[in-house]
Write a protein that binds this ligand. Structure first.
Ligand code: GAP
Length: 511
């Protein structure tokens, strides 16, 4: 397999070639860090949304959905703290004139230390084979211990400095670690400055500042401001959750990683309202639930890790990231945060409206505490797509590029081929498409030899190919081939719906 950088380039090129992702307004040379999802991308995105929605809303009696507007009253963002504190610490390189997030430069430095530690572990694993005791090794091997303790020290210092708004120390840290500009190799840095990430806009034709609006930077606040509406109209009892999928906007400064960090993206968020004091129990519960969701898709346990936050946001009393092994290393895919009663209390204060729950068991009112699970839809898309894209050597010496997207998420579930474009075979293939299309997204393909059609569908991520041949007219059977095993079977046309349904059943994947 290609090295990480080549692999990432291959992912981007493949996503374009197979109609998954295009640069936004590409005919005008694109818009930086904004992307469009093509015919297959739109389907994959929808399927990821459905997989999340079903597991959060449909499988949890106590969780309901919401679809709040992107534009919200400007006081929302004052109350939430975004106007005053939704900032990134930025630093410029004086030679290359490139702008970076200071915290990301430092995190990348730590990631390199971690890669060195992992190299030692992999080497030792190979050397000691079955006798290898990883826990003992990482606790005693001098270089691994050094790399890990350096990382910890650096991250703790950065967290402390950012918390105290001590940006001068963040700059000193970058200088002490001799971090160079990734582009030019230069170590000449400006001071670190804060930059607010919200996109502003105006309401109507008014020029006065009271009508300054923001495009929401997270979907969560739409949930908080609707807490009482949903609780009352849905007669919800604590604990209960509200889930939402929607667009969010951030004026990201460092946006170099394809759809990983965009200026317009989608979040899938759920706020779970609990009794004060119970929040850490529910935090653990949601960590476990979300891990199960990820594992159910089979992207590989080794590709996930939890990263507990050293630096807690001002509103949180526990937070963890689920990180995924993207082609550019382990990075945040999802955040799970114990947000206390910060948001609801802040909105109570700003709006003057009560945002409380009367708990009949305790016979009192309180502002609930909140556990939040927040995953970026586009990042999940990238995790699925990049992991699925594989180059395979086949037994006959040939090779193929295959997109092994979990079949429940695959944009097209089956492609139906007539072996030849004559003798009534296309008509039968069209009839099969008509039979399947009510239950699944399927496609018809008659161009090129069947072997090439198989390769094309493998590369597009289609789990099943169904071929109609001359014998079909005699016995009512077709050949069905599976993308991953390339195994071919002869089955009756009437059995096709059941075969595909079994493969893409939500219960079979998530249950
Ligand atoms: N409501 C909490 C919240 O918004 P966050 O960690 O800022 O927390 C949550 O964002 C998730 O949204 C992240 O884990 C990530 O998957 C996704 N996300 C954040 N910024 C993003 C961006 N610029 N582009 C794509 N996804 C992003």
């Amino acid at each position: 397999m290609a090295n990480n950088q080549d692999k990432f380039k291959q992912v981007i090129a493949h996503a374009k070639e197979y109609g998954y992702i295009f640069s936004s307004s590409e005919i005008y040379d694109g818009l930086s860090a904004v992307y469009d999802y093509g015919q297959n991308g739109a389907e994959l995105k929808n399927n990821i949304k459905t997989y999340w929605w079903k597991s959060m809303v449909q499988l949890h009696e106590e969780i309901v959905g919401l679809d709040a507007a992107i534009l919200m009253h400007p006081k929302t963002w004052k109350a939430s703290g975004h106007v005053d504190a939704f900032n990134d610490p930025l630093i410029d390189n004086k030679d290359s004139k490139k702008r970076y997030r200071a915290d990301v430069l430092i995190e990348d430095y730590c990631e390199k230390l971690e890669q060195k530690a992992q190299k030692e572990i992999t080497k030792a694993k190979k050397r000691f084979g079955d006798d290898f005791d990883e826990e003992q090794f990482v606790n005693t091997h001098p270089r691994v211990v050094k790399y890990r303790s350096q990382q910890k020290e650096i991250m703790q210092r950065m967290a402390k400095s950012l918390d105290a708004e001590n940006l001068a120390d963040v700059k000193s840290l970058i200088e002490e670690l001799e971090i160079a500009c990734p582009e030019s190799g230069s170590r000449k840095w400006t001071d670190v400055k804060q930059f607010n990430l919200m996109f502003g806009t105006k309401l109507g034709a008014s020029a006065d500042s009271a009508s300054d609006l923001y495009l929401r930077p997270e979907t969560a606040q739409g949930i908080f401001v609707n807490f009482a509406n949903v609780q009352k109209t849905g007669r919800m009892k604590i604990p209960f959750g509200i889930a939402q999928i929607g667009k969010a906007f951030r004026n990201e400064i460092v946006a170099r990683q394809f759809i990983f960090r965009q200026r317009e993206f989608e979040q899938m968020e759920m706020q779970y309202f609990v009794r004060p004091g119970d929040e850490l129990k529910w935090f653990e519960y949601w960590k476990e639930q979300r891990q199960k969701w990820h594992q159910s898709l089979g992207l590989g346990e080794e590709n996930y890790r939890f990263h507990d936050h050293e630096k807690l946001a001002h509103y949180a009393n526990a937070a963890t990231d689920i990180e995924f092994n993207f082609p550019f290393g382990f990075k945040e895919l999802e955040g799970i945060h114990s947000r206390t009663d910060f948001d609801l209390k802040a909105h109570e204060k700003m709006s003057g409206k009560k945002l409380q729950f009367f708990d009949p068991e305790l016979n009192k009112n309180y502002v609930p505490y909140v556990i939040e699970t927040s995953i970026g839809l586009d990042r999940m898309f990238l995790a699925v797509f990049a992991t699925a894209l594989q180059d395979e050597e086949l037994e006959d010496g040939s090779s193929r590029t295959v997109l092994k997207i979990p079949s429940i998420l695959a944009p097209v579930k089956a492609a139906v081929f007539p072996l030849l474009k004559r003798d009534g075979l296309p008509e039968i293939a069209h009839e099969i498409v008509d039979q399947l299309k009510w239950d699944f997204n399927v496609t018809y393909d008659e161009k090129d030899a069947v072997g090439r059609r198989y390769r094309r569908q493998d590369a597009a991520g289609t789990p099943f190919c169904i071929t109609v041949d001359h014998e079909t007219k005699e016995d009512g059977c077709v050949t069905i081939r599976h993308r991953d095993t390339m195994e071919q079977k002869r089955v009756k046309i009437e059995e096709l719906n059941a075969i595909i349904a079994k493969e893409v059943s939500f219960k079979n994947w998530m249950g």
